[in-house]
Structure formats: structure tokens, C-alpha cells
Design a protein around this ligand. Structure first.
Ligand SMILES: C[S@@+](CC[C@H](N)C(=O)[O-])C[C@H]1O[C@@H](n2cnc3c(N)ncnc32)[C@H](O)[C@@H]1O
Length: 286
């Protein structure tokens, strides 16, 4: 099946790949300048990103710039993460994997909406500015990581831990993207309170196994990031905070879905579990 990408989807893809090309800058530094210091490579990458940013600002109108600059930023973060994995000291490698996972997740959120529901596409589809709590949670995980790297560096070097985190993130990420593609035009980042004409109840594919596959994927992805970083404190906080977030979100979303689809949704709830532990969703009393 050929995937038709809208103009903004294509723009984001080119700029994401443009950002990823900073990887070539690292290899250039290594191969031609014989420059082995990771800090020189980081400086070259920042220089590359600033130049890319200037070109994007000149080339695109303000709305396209919003998309292009975010995609280029995520592409650069992804390649910087790969470089950290390849060149940094053992205790920093897991942070490189984490950065790569973060960039991949946020970019594919945009690309996923561009493919399945382009009408709802906006610069917010990168969900980089999801909420203040999301930003604070990310900052907390970086602080925990660097404090522990300083005091207990060996804690960050257990390969089996970051491989387990990586696998959990990839599984969660894949489930979420499969759910987006399956729900197609019925999927939107913002919960709909009014049913539009084309909105149909999706019960096939991964929606036949669980009612909220994209939330299940995001839940396991978020705690997987903390396993990757080997952050015990944030692992517990993320598990509790994400569970509470999705518990409330599912409750609210199911009220809207019951309004849209009535008896059809009640039967769907009876057949298929929510997918998240101890979350049963909103039930209509008989
Ligand atoms: C961010 S998506 C999340 C979808 C779903 N909760 C999941 O985890 O895969 C939110 C939108 O999907 C819609 N939605 C949720 N479940 C649906 C289903 N089974 N069929 C059609 N639309 C659905 C909701 O109306 C809402 O506007």
C-alpha cells in the first residue's frame, strides 16, 4: 500500500532527515579532521543545527517554519543520541539511547498523524509541549540520571537493564503506532467531545485485543524510558503518574464514546478489556 504524505508530512520528513544528517558531520570530523574529542563533535553538531535553522527560517513561511524547525531539531537529537551511544563513556551510553528513543517517539507522533488523520495536523502534533507535567517529568528524569551518574556511575552501566528498557520502549512505541494507523481518521491527539460525521467505532485489529492500545503503548513506553536510564526513583513516579493520567483520560474519553456510540460501545466494553492494569473505564450502570 503506497502511503500518500501531505505537504506538511513531507516537509517534516525532509527536515527530520536534514537534522539526522548531522550524523555525517560527526563522521566527517572523525574521518577527515581526525578529531576524536566528543566535545568537538558536539560543537560541530550544534553549529550544523544552527546553520540548518537559519536556512529553514529564510526558506519557509512562519507556519511551515514551526513544523520544519521541530522536525530538524528531533532529527539532530536522534543523531546526537546515536553519537553518544557510539563514542561516550560507558555510563553515558544509556542517555544516548534515551535521547534517540525520545526523538523517534515525538517525530513519529507527527508523522503518524500526517499519515492517518492529516486534517488534524498542526505543530502541536509533535506533542513536544504536551503539558507542564510532561516537561517537569522529563526534567526530573534528567536530574536523577546525572545525579546518579555522578555518585554511582556503575549503576548506569548494566547492559541488561538498558536493553530491557529499550525493548519495552520499542514494543510500546510499535503498539501505539499500529493503533494510530488502525484507527486512522478516527484517531486524534485531542479527545473529541463532538462526534463528526465520519467518526466510526473501531473494534478490529489491536482494538479487538484492547480498547485503548495507543494509551497502553504510551504507558509502557514512558516507564521503559526510565528503565533505559536505570532511574529507580523516576521509574516508580512515572509508573504511578502515567497510570493516574491514563485512568482519568480513559474515564473521560469513554463518557464521550458512550455518547457517540451508545449500546455499540457498551457491548464493546463487555467484550474487550481496557488494556491497562486495574483500569476498567467508565461503566454505565444497568
Ligand atoms: C488519542 S486517541 C486515543 C484512542 C484510544 N483511546 C487508544 O488508546 O488507542 C483519542 C480519540 O480516539 C477516539 N477513539 C477512542 N477509541 C476509539 C474507538 N475504539 N473507535 C473510534 N474512535 C475512538 C476518541 O473519540 C478520541 O477522540
Amino acid at each position: 500500500m503506497a502511503i500518500m504524505l501531505c505537504y506538511e508530512g513531507r516537509l517534516s520528513l525532509y527536515c527530520f532527515l536534514g537534522g539526522m544528517a548531522s550524523l555525517l558531520v560527526f563522521y566527517g570530523a572523525e574521518a577527515f579532521l581526525h578529531e576524536e574529542s566528543i566535545w568537538t563533535k558536539v560543537a560541530l553538531s550544534v553549529g550544523y543545527y544552527i546553520s540548518l535553522n537559519v536556512i529553514i527560517r529564510i526558506r519557509y513561511n512562519p507556519r511551515d517554519y514551526q513544523i520544519a524547525v521541530r522536525a530538524a531539531f528531533l532529527g539532530t537529537v536522534l543523531s546526537a543520541g546515536i553519537v553518544v551511544v557510539l563514542y561516550a563513556q560507558e555510563q553515558y551510553k544509556s542517555f544516548g539511547i534515551y535521547a534517540t528513543l525520545m526523538a523517534l517517539f515525538h517525530y513519529t507522533e507527527y508523522l503518524g498523524i500526517a499519515i492517518c488523520n492529516p486534517k488534524t495536523l498542526s505543530p502541536d502534533s509533535f506533542i513536544l509541549n504536551h503539558s507542564i507535567h510532561y516537561g517537569l517529568a522529563a526534567a526530573a528524569s534528567w536530574i536523577e540520571y546525572f545525579v546518579e551518574v555522578h555518585y554511582f556511575p556503575e549503576m548506569k552501566t548494566y547492559k541488561s537493564v538498558w536493553i530491557a528498557g529499550l525493548l519495552l520502549c520499542l514494543a510500546g512505541e510499535s503498539l501505539r503506532k499500529v493503533a494510530m494507523i488502525t484507527a486512522s481518521k478516527n484517531f486524534s491527539h485531542i479527545v473529541q467531545f463532538e462526534r463528526h460525521n465520519e467518526h466510526e467505532l473501531v473494534t478490529h485489529g489491536v482494538y479487538g485485543w484492547m480498547r485503548h492500545p495507543s494509551y497502553v503503548g504510551w504507558f509502557y513506553w514512558s516507564i521503559g524510558t526510565q528503565i533505559t536510564l536505570a532511574n529507580p526513583v523516576c521509574f516508580v513516579i512515572y509508573a504511578i503518574a502515567s497510570w493516574k493520567f491514563f485512568h482519568d483520560r480513559i474515564l473521560m474519553e469513554e463518557i464521550t464514546l458512550l455518547n457517540f456510540f451508545g449500546e455499540e460501545y457498551i457491548q464493546y466494553q463487555e467484550r474487550v478489556p481496557s488494556g491497562l492494569p486495574y483500569i476498567s473505564g467508565f461503566r454505565v450502570e444497568p
